[in-house]
Write a protein that binds this ligand. Sequence first.
Ligand SMILES: Cc1cc2nc3c(=O)[nH]c(=O)nc-3n(C[C@H](O)[C@H](O)[C@H](O)COP(=O)(O)OP(=O)(O)OC[C@H]3O[C@@H](n4cnc5c(N)ncnc54)[C@H](O)[C@@H]3O)c2cc1C
Length: 237
Amino acid sequence: MSDYDAIIVGAGHNGLTAAVVLQRAGLRTLCLEANTYSGGMSATVELIDGFKYEIAGSVRFPTAPKINSELGLDTLPTIESEIMSVNLGEHGEEAMIFHSDPMAMMTHLNEKHGMEAVMAMANLYAWSVGPGKALGRFDALALPKTIDEMYACADNEDERRAIHEMLFGSAMDVVDRFLPDKEKHAVIRGMLAFLAVNSTYRGPYTPGSATCLAFAMAMPQRGPDDHQTQGRHRCAG
Ligand SMILES: Cc1cc2nc3c(=O)[nH]c(=O)nc-3n(C[C@H](O)[C@H](O)[C@H](O)COP(=O)(O)OP(=O)(O)OC[C@H]3O[C@@H](n4cnc5c(N)ncnc54)[C@H](O)[C@@H]3O)c2cc1C
């Protein structure tokens, strides 16, 4: 008889999450890891004595509240970082500073990159609404949607187009539309391209990489009672 009901290979944050869920469900669970540390790409590790490095992940995108509470993450002390990441230009351009607070980011864009950049970012956030619903970005404990169910999430033609673009377009298809000036907006375009690369491990021109942009830009939708509405229901056909 086996000693374990479930064996998980890899202690990245997804493997660790699966291990917690299965163990709490009463299964005897083993989580195996090839590295000497857990956390995978989202680990912070002392690579040189006295200096801790993020292996990869630095930006904490919003997580579904249900996941936070089920894992007890909402009980842990957190350090709110005002700035999530910075993209430096190659030729001394203004840096693109990714603030945690969208309003602070818009102020930065307005002051350093101009109104065009503010409008582009606002349009990008608006673009991500349909895809955010289609992805079930803030759903928890729900099966992934079928393609038809994803399209059914669109409330209007713009959202339907954005969902289509998310599924079949590249991150750069979207970036080129909202920020077409390759020189003037190079640092912002670079940061948005990176959002796609760090999730797909492929280039931002790869078809389907627009999904990563949508994942990163999607915000929880709030209803009149100020609770999250996104993720409460499955989009109906
Ligand atoms: C450069 C970069 C920057 C990123 N920045 C961000 C960011 O800012 N914010 C964000 O949210 N996401 C970011 N990501 C994405 C994020 O890191 C990944 O989505 C996330 O780490 C995936 O988690 P995972 O548990 O699925 O896999 P991983 O974190 O890759 O974990 C997999 C684990 O499995 C182990 N493993 C693999 N094979 C075996 C085996 N055969 N036996 C035992 N162990 C094995 C590996 O050693 C590893 O520890 C970034 C990714 C990259 C590459």
